[in-house]
Every structure is written in structure tokens, then in C-alpha cells.
Design a protein around this ligand. Structure first.
Ligand SMILES: [Zn+2]
Length: 144
């Protein structure tokens, strides 16, 4: 039976900050830290199983809240934007550049949505879009 993990790869381990993966256990859905030592194959982090319904419910509530609180939503967009720029540009290989470019497009779309939904002001929208387009140019240059 196929199981859906809506938040797979989108939420992070509270112990070590790694992405959480979806995991079925005793017929229930869980999220668990995916931090595995790639060489030894052993588990690096002892982050516990988190019941999927519980965390999905919590995230759903947070998303609902953020719709009632545009400032919170805008903060999250800014944080995502900042996170995406932490990546060391010099270490990017071709595949990573392609992925990074896709993320830029996704972020541009999100920004546009945020602006359309009046979650952010025009000035901020312009500023963020300028930053994104600068990043896109940097990435496109590296791709050549
Ligand atoms: Zn972990």
C-alpha cells in the first residue's frame, strides 16, 4: 500500500537539523530523521519517530495561522530566501546549479503569490525579486 508523506523532505529533525523521511511502522505513518552515516551505513542521530498525523496537523495549523497573519508568512519567505543563499556558490556542480535555478523559479513564484495575496508590499516584492534575479544570473553564469 502506498503511503503519502506530505511533509517528507520539508521538515527537519529537532535533534540534528537533518531532513525527516517518511517511515511506516506497525501500520502507522511516522517521520524519522534521515541522518545516516553514508560510509558506515549506521544511524548518526537518535531522533525519535514522530507520528505523521500529529506533525501534519501541527503544520496545517501553522499554515492556517500564517494565512491570518501575513507578516508571519512574509517572514517565512524571507527565511527561505536567506537559507537558499547560504549555499557556497563555489562548490556548486552542474546538477546543483540546475536544482538551485529551479528553486529560484519556485521562490519567484512564491514571491509573486505572496504579493498577489497582499502578504508583502510592492517595495519588498521588488527588492526580493531583484535579489532572486541577481541570484539567477549568478547561477546561469556558472552553468556556462
Ligand atoms: Zn536527526
Amino acid at each position: 500500500m502506498k503511503r503519502d508523506y506530505l511533509l517528507r523532505g520539508l521538515i527537519f529533525c529537532p535533534e540534528c537539523g537533518s531532513r525527516l523521511a517518511g517511515k511506516a511502522r506497525y501500520g502507522n505513518r511516522f517521520y524519522r530523521c534521515n541522518n545516516v552515516d553514508k560510509i558506515a551505513g549506521s544511524r548518526v542521530c537518535n531522533g525519535s519517530y514522530i507520528p505523521a498525523e500529529q506533525v501534519e496537523h501541527a503544520v496545517w495549523n501553522a499554515v492556517s495561522d500564517s494565512h491570518n497573519n501575513p507578516e508571519l508568512l512574509a517572514d517565512q519567505y524571507r527565511k527561505q530566501l536567506a537559507d537558499s543563499q547560504v549555499t557556497n556558490e563555489f562548490d556548486l556542480n552542474k546538477k546543483q546549479i540546475t536544482l538551485a535555478l529551479k528553486r529560484v523559479v519556485v521562490q519567484e513564484n512564491r514571491m509573486t503569490d505572496a504579493y498577489r495575496n497582499e502578504a508583502i508590499e510592492l517595495d519588498r516584492y521588488k527588492l526580493e525579486m531583484n535579489q532572486l534575479s541577481a541570484r539567477r544570473k549568478t547561477l546561469e553564469q556558472q552553468q556556462e
